[in-house]
Design a binder for this molecule. Sequence first.
Ligand SMILES: CC(C)(COP(=O)(O)OP(=O)(O)OC[C@H]1O[C@@H](n2cnc3c(N)ncnc32)[C@H](O)[C@@H]1OP(=O)(O)O)[C@@H](O)C(=O)NCCC(=O)NCCS
Length: 200
Amino acid sequence: MPEDAGATRDAARRMSTACGRPILETERLVLRELVEGDFEALCRTLQDGEAMYAYEGPFDDAEVREWLDRQLARYRDDGFGLWAAVLKESGRFVGQCGLTVQDCDGVPVVEVGYLFERAYWHRGLATEAAVACRDCAFDVLGEREVFSIIRDTNEASQTVARRNGMTPRGSFVKHYRGVRMPHIVYSITREERDRLSMRA
Ligand SMILES: CC(C)(COP(=O)(O)OP(=O)(O)OC[C@H]1O[C@@H](n2cnc3c(N)ncnc32)[C@H](O)[C@@H]1OP(=O)(O)O)[C@@H](O)C(=O)NCCC(=O)NCCS
């Protein structure tokens, strides 16, 4: 193999691991697939005790690794998962938002999920990303109803769900990290979303 071809291939490999596949674009954000090189950026949220209070505290390195591997497996198996949210202006990784299949008291549903770095809270970024993911679930995946299943104590996340047009429909208890956690089921139907869009 000519030396140049090898160098080109290496550069291409570096590029594809540094930059995940872009999925969605909003006014201020690009949502792209997570890649191996995002481990440190993920730690900024997943190892922040304040951000992770609804998950019973910060993750250790092995739990972050598992989280990243789970998203990569979701891309492979479902075609979607939590994506990296990157500011267009600076290219900075500021959080995650995306779609995952979740167990909703025994029923598999498509959920909009979001976690942002604390330094970037209160700028409306989670809501902006969540709206784009909701619309992707309806318009690309063809879902009829989209969910966010949220721990009852997580006020910020519930505010984002309401801003995403969702309504509380019920509740059930999840057991996670050995803790009993009541969760509220928020959702929006496609018809509700269409009515919202007509009003906008
Ligand atoms: C949930 C989360 C993504 C929201 O991010 P964000 O970018 O600040 O969201 P937005 O700016 O779109 O809106 C958040 C709103 O929640 C409300 N809020 C925030 N903290 C709150 C609190 N402690 N109590 C009540 N309401 C709160 C505010 O109304 C806030 O809007 P404001 O800043 O305009 O006042 C962020 O708090 C986070 O990453 N939390 C940790 C991870 C997590 O719990 N994810 C959800 C799992 S279900």
